[in-house]
Design a protein around this ligand. Structure first.
Ligand code: MAN
Length: 521
C-alpha cells in the first residue's frame, strides 16, 4: 500500500515534469510549445481553461499527450491535438508557430530543434546561422530602400509637377470648351438664319418640282389607261365589254408558267373569284398583274424595274403559298425586288439641280454655314474628349506622394522563351508570341490591391477571354529597385499572369528591410 502510493506520487510528479518544461532561453517557466506572450495563461497552481473557454481541466492534463480542449490549447507541446500550435522560440532567428501535429514527427521544423525533443540531438540548432543570413538580407534591403528612396524623391517631384500641369491643362481646356461652345452657338444661329433664307428661295423650285411630278404621274396614268384599255379590247374577243375566263384561256399572255395552257391557278391569279371582269376592274387589278409578264415576253422588263411590281410579286407568293405548290419554275417566278445597282445608277444619273444665281448664292451660303457648324461641333467634341482623358488621369491613384504618376503610359518589356510581354503602366498588359500572330491583351488597368501595403500590387483585369475559360488577368507585384523594369513574368495558372516589377517608386526609407515576424532576431 505504501509502495503503491509512492509509485502514484512518482507518476504524478513525472507527468507534471513532462507537461511543465522550463524553457531554457527565457526566465519565464512555461509548458513546452507555449510562447512567452501566452505563458501567463498556463499557471501550474490553477486549473487550465481551454482558450475557447469551453472546458476547464486540472493543470496536470496540459501536455499529457491527450487532447482535452476542442481548440487544442491544452497540448501545445505534443501532437495529441490536430488543431494545436507549437511555439518555437528560435532564439537568434525568428520565433515561429508550427502545427503541433509536427511535434516529434521526425522532421526538424524549428531551427532550434525544439519540436523534435523526443530524440535529443536529432536536430541541430541552425537559428544563429539563419539569423545571420536574415540580418545580412535585411541590411541589403535597408540599403536598397535607402538608395531607392533618393531616386524616389525625383519621381515624387516629377509626379507632382505632372499632376499640376494636368490640372492647368484641364482649366485651360474648360476655358477652350466654353469658347468653342460659344462659337458653336453662333455658327448654329447663322446656319439656321441662312437655311431659312435658302428654304424660302427653294420653295419656288420645290413647288415647280411638285407640279412636274404630278404632271408626270397624270401622264403615266393616262398612258396606262390607254394601253390597258387597248389590251382589254384585244382580249375581249366578243367585244361585249366583259372579259371572261373562256376569253383569257386562249390568250398566251395569261399562261403565267408558260406550260402551253392557261390553267385554273392562273385564271385565279388574274381574276380572283370572278368569272369575268369589266374594263374598269381589268385596268385596276388585272392589268398590273399582266403588264410585267407582257414586258418580260417582249424583253422590255427587267425584274425589279417598277416599285408597283413588288406588290404583284407578293400576290404571286400568296398564290403559291395558298395552293401549297409552285406555279412555275424558279426562273418563271418574278423577282421584283429593286436591285441596288439599278437604284445607284439611277441616282447617279439624276442631274444636278440648276438654280438661278441668287438662289444658288443662298444655297452656297447655307452649305458653307452647315460646314462651319459641323467643324465647330467637332472642335467641342475633341475638347470634351481631352477633358475626359485628363480627368481620368487626375482621378488615378498614383501613390501616397504621386510617386507613380510619371510611370503612367511608360511601357516595359520582358522576353521569355515563347513570348514578349509588355506592361504599359496604368494602361494594359499584352503578350506577343515569338512565332507570329497579334498581341493578346492580358488585362487593362484595374486597381491597387496590396494587402498590407496597397501600393505593392497592381491588378490588370478583363484581358482577352481565355479559350473555354475566364478573361485573362495579370497581377503585378511591385518591389523596391533602383531601376523600373520587369524582373519576371510567369503564368502560374492558365491565363492568370504574374509580373514582378522593380521601381524606385516602391522604395521606402523607413523600411528597415526586416520582415514583420522577425521579432526575435
Ligand atoms: C495562349 C497564351 C497562353 C495561354 C493560352 C491559353 O497560348 O495566351 O499564355 O495559356 O493561350 O489557351
Amino acid at each position: 500500500m505504501v509502495y503503491s502510493s509512492w509509485i502514484m506520487k512518482l507518476q504524478s510528479f513525472t507527468l507534471i515534469l513532462s507537461s511543465f518544461v522550463i524553457i531554457a532561453q527565457s526566465d519565464v517557466p512555461r509548458p513546452r510549445g507555449v510562447s512567452l506572450s501566452k505563458a501567463s495563461l498556463y499557471s501550474p497552481t490553477k486549473d487550465f481553461t481551454c482558450f475557447d473557454g469551453t472546458v476547464k481541466i486540472p493543470f496536470s492534463y496540459v501536455n499529457d499527450d491527450y487532447c482535452d480542449c476542442f481548440d487544442g490549447s491544452d497540448e501545445p507541446g505534443t501532437s495529441a491535438c490536430l488543431n494545436g500550435f507549437f511555439h518555437c522560440t528560435n532564439a537568434g532567428y525568428m520565433s515561429q508557430n508550427i502545427p503541433s501535429s509536427r511535434v516529434n514527427d521526425g522532421v526538424c521544423d524549428c531551427c532550434d530543434g525544439t519540436d523534435e525533443y523526443a530524440e535529443p540531438g536529432a536536430c541541430s540548432n541552425t537559428c544563429e546561422e539563419l539569423g545571420k543570413e536574415a540580418r545580412a538580407e535585411a541590411q541589403r534591403l535597408a540599403e536598397l530602400h535607402k538608395a531607392g528612396s533618393q531616386l524616389k524623391v525625383d519621381l515624387i517631384e516629377k509626379g507632382n509637377q505632372k499632376r499640376s500641369e494636368m490640372a492647368e491643362q484641364l482649366s485651360q481646356l474648360e476655358k477652350d470648351k466654353a469658347e468653342a461652345e460659344k462659337i458653336k452657338a453662333e455658327k448654329e444661329a447663322l446656319k439656321n438664319e441662312l437655311e431659312a433664307k435658302e428654304n424660302e428661295a427653294l420653295k419656288v423650285y420645290r413647288e415647280a418640282d411638285e407640279q412636274e411630278r404630278q404632271k408626270k404621274a397624270e401622264q403615266e396614268r393616262v398612258e396606262v389607261m390607254k394601253e390597258s384599255s387597248e389590251y382589254f379590247d384585244r382580249y375581249d374577243s366578243d367585244s361585249d365589254g366583259m372579259l371572261t375566263v373562256d376569253e383569257i384561256k386562249v390568250v398566251n399572255a395569261f399562261d403565267k408558267n408558260k406550260d402551253g395552257e392557261v390553267d385554273e391557278d392562273e385564271v385565279q391569279y388574274f381574276f380572283g373569284e370572278n368569272e369575268s371582269v369589266d374594263k374598269d376592274i381589268f385596268v385596276a387589278t388585272t392589268w398590273p398583274l399582266l403588264k410585267p409578264l407582257l414586258m418580260m415576253e417582249q424583253g422590255m422588263f427587267k425584274p425589279g424595274q417598277d416599285e408597283d411590281d413588288a406588290d404583284h410579286e407578293s400576290d404571286a407568293e400568296d398564290l403559291t403559298r395558298e395552293d401549297g405548290e409552285d406555279l412555275g419554275t424558279d426562273d418563271e417566278n418574278l423577282d421584283l425586288d429593286l436591285p441596288e445597282a439599278t437604284n445607284d445608277q439611277e441616282l447617279a444619273q439624276e442631274p444636278t439641280r440648276m438654280y438661278d444665281d441668287d438662289t444658288q448664292k443662298l444655297v452656297d451660303e447655307a452649305t458653307e454655314a452647315r460646314r462651319q457648324l459641323t467643324d465647330a461641333e467637332r472642335t467641342v467634341r475633341e475638347i470634351e474628349s481631352n477633358i475626359r482623358s485628363i480627368k481620368e488621369n487626375l482621378e488615378k491613384d498614383y501613390g501616397l506622394h504621386q510617386e507613380f504618376a510619371t510611370l503612367d503610359g511608360q511601357c516595359f518589356e520582358y522576353d521569355d522563351k515563347e513570348y514578349v510581354y509588355r506592361l504599359c503602366m496604368f494602361q494594359k498588359v499584352t503578350q506577343k508570341s515569338k512565332n507570329g500572330g497579334g498581341e493578346v491583351g492580358l488585362g487593362n488597368w484595374g486597381e491597387w490591391a496590396g494587402d498590407d501595403n496597397k501600393y505593392s500590387v497592381m491588378k490588370y483585369i478583363n484581358g482577352v477571354g481565355c479559350w473555354n475559360g475566364p478573361n485573362r488577368m495579370t497581377t503585378v507585384n511591385v518591389h523596391c529597385g533602383l531601376e523600373t523594369k520587369l524582373l519576371s513574368v510567369t503564368e502560374p495558372y492558365r491565363c492568370e499572369y504574374k509580373i514582378d516589377l522593380s521601381t524606385p517608386a516602391a522604395c521606402d526609407e523607413s523600411n528597415s528591410g526586416q520582415h514583420d515576424s522577425h521579432d526575435e532576431l
